[in-house]
Design a protein around this ligand. Structure first.
Ligand code: ZN
Length: 517
């Protein structure tokens, strides 16, 4: 009985055995008003080690049919908890599954919302971390990338949005059908389906590649009058221009839709080409500048993920901190340099960095690079260490290697690993290359230990009560005071002149903390 968990060992074993080619996924939403479930019919093609066994994930209400390489399997034999067992694999496999899945109201999987204003139904998916398996059968782990081709049956008057551009619907019995083109090879957690009578505002921009990228901004009908679409599109354009220029890589997807959806659990989600946002970013009355600025950072955070996260994806969830920290760093620098919110780093200092300091002094703190043994570990690690300390330390890394070298390294990382997966060491390798600095030791000090350093004063006074020596000393959290290291010193050798010196030898001393152990 595996429950709903998935361990890293299981995932890595599976990715050694299997290469997924693609998914053809047909979802029927036409009975959304009357049924608590929807029918998904899917075909998965994948390569495998012949003779081996594995499993595909599915948190289904009812599995009706499983056919592996033409052979009908009894769901009662092969479906248990959240997995469908696959035995006797061939080199080239075709798996067909027909199952019913449940709409949710928890914001995981396919969320169903009924608007109290007009009784209209709105749906959207949220799949990170492991919830695409609540909508279709899937090898649910970030390193098993594949193409996804969605076909959606839905009510006639709906908008249907996914990762690929929305096709013209064709009329069917009591509804319409949207047959989307296949996605590039992406991870399942960034696939998306948003459907309902959403109001859409459309525009477009020209990418640095010369391609026209259609843009869309969506909200539910009863809220659309409040949405300042022009402003959101303006920030989006600035973000595209900034990231394409600094990353040196054109926007990797075919279109960019941004959808404000009801009852969303987080701030936003970086589904490839179909970003979802909380409706609290639709301002129905005056809000503070802090909230307006935060929305800009969030828009740019999700856009940055299109490259870092979506084009190149972490191999396993232990690099989730890097995914989030990069997006947080990239969105803050873009906000400061490409929008009117030029003081974004001050906000970052006040909000993120102080959040990180606070979290890092709690008993619950952990190294930024945490051991993520399974999916349950991921859920408890989505915290201020992941987002805020990670983001702060990444800013330090940029300062350490230099901004130009950092962006060149990031460019090389995107080019080398595009449409694939990578790890922290892949990124550090590129940064070492472009900067000439060794980063292994930095990584050990800052990413693999927890806690904040302590600064304390040491004052010497002579018989007359005059201060003769004043130092600021620093200790690492586990080393104790005995091992304090001087980071700043005032010494008066002649009473008339004041001299500042530092044991560390750095000019002007260093009140910026350098952790030394
Ligand atoms: Zn993010």
């Amino acid at each position: 009985m595996p429950g709903e968990n998935l361990t890293k060992v299981e995932a890595f074993t599976r990715s050694r055995l299997i290469t997924v080619k693609g998914y053809d996924i047909e979802i029927d939403l036409r009975e959304v008003a009357s049924s608590p479930t929807f029918r998904t019919t899917s075909t998965v093609t994948f390569l495998a080690e012949p003779g081996e066994s594995s499993f595909i994930d599915a948190i289904a209400h009812t599995v009706h049919r499983v056919v592996l390489n033409g052979q009908e399997l009894d769901p009662a034999d092969v479906f248990d908890d959240s997995r469908i067992l696959l035995t006797g694999l061939k080199a080239d496999n075709t798996l067909e599954i027909e199952a019913d899945f449940s709409y949710t109201n928890s914001g995981e999987g396919l969320h169903r919302f009924v608007d109290p204003v007009d009784d209209e139904i709105y749906l959207y998916t949220q799949f990170e971390v492991p919830d695409s398996r609540r909508v279709f059968p899937v090898f649910e782990q970030p390193d098993l990338k594949a193409t996804f081709r969605f076909t959606i049956h839905a009510p006639n008057h709906w908008q249907v949005v996914s990762n690929q551009p929305t096709p013209e619907p064709t009329a069917t019995e009591n509804g319409s059908t949207w047959a989307f083109g296949a996605t590039p090879r992406i991870s399942s957690y960034i696939t998306a389906l948003v459907a309902g009578p959403y109001e859409a505002v459309r525009d477009e921009l020209v990418s640095s590649s010369g391609k026209t990228i259609p843009l869309g901004v969506f909200s539910r009908k009863s809220l659309s009058q409040y949405l300042d679409t022009d402003y959101i599109l303006d920030i989006t354009r600035k973000g595209f221009e900034y990231f394409e220029r600094r990353f040196g890589v054109p926007y990797p997807f075919e279109k960019y839709d941004q959808l404000f959806v009801p009852e969303f659990n987080a701030g936003a989600m970086e589904n490839a080409g179909a970003v979802t946002f909380t409706e609290s970013y639709v301002f129905r009355s005056q809000v503070s500048d802090a909230v307006r600025e935060r929305r800009v950072v969030t828009i740019l955070h999700e856009l940055a993920h299109m490259w870092f996260g979506d084009l190149v994806t972490m191999r396993w969830w232990n690099d989730l901190w890097l995914n989030e920290s990069f997006a947080e760093w990239a969105s803050t620098i873009a906000t400061a340099e490409a929008t009117e919110w030029t003081e974004a780093w001050t906000t970052f200092q006040a909000m993120e960095k102080s959040w990180a300091y606070r979290q890092d002094q709690l008993p619950s703190t952990h190294p930024i690079v945490a051991n993520i043994r399974d999916i349950e570990d991921v859920q408890v690690n989505f915290d201020g260490i992941t987002y805020a300390k990670g983001g702060s330390v990444l800013k330090q890394l940029v300062a350490w290697v230099g901004e130009e070298a950092f962006f060149r390294g990031v460019h090389n990382y995107f080019v080398k690993h595009q449409w694939s997966n990578a790890t922290l060491s892949d990124l550090l390798e590129e940064l070492e290359d472009t900067s000439g600095r060794k980063l292994r030791h930095w990584s050990e000090l800052w990413l693999e230990t927890a806690g904040v350093n302590t600064l304390y004063p040491e004052v010497s006074v002579d018989a007359a009560g005059v201060i003769t020596d004043f130092q600021i000393r620093q200790t690492a959290p586990t080393s104790g005071r005995r091992f304090g290291h001087t980071v700043w010193r005032w010494a008066s050798t002649t009473p008339q002149r004041t001299a500042f010196s530092s044991e560390s030898g750095a000019p002007n001393s260093t009140l910026t903390v350098s952790s030394r152990r």
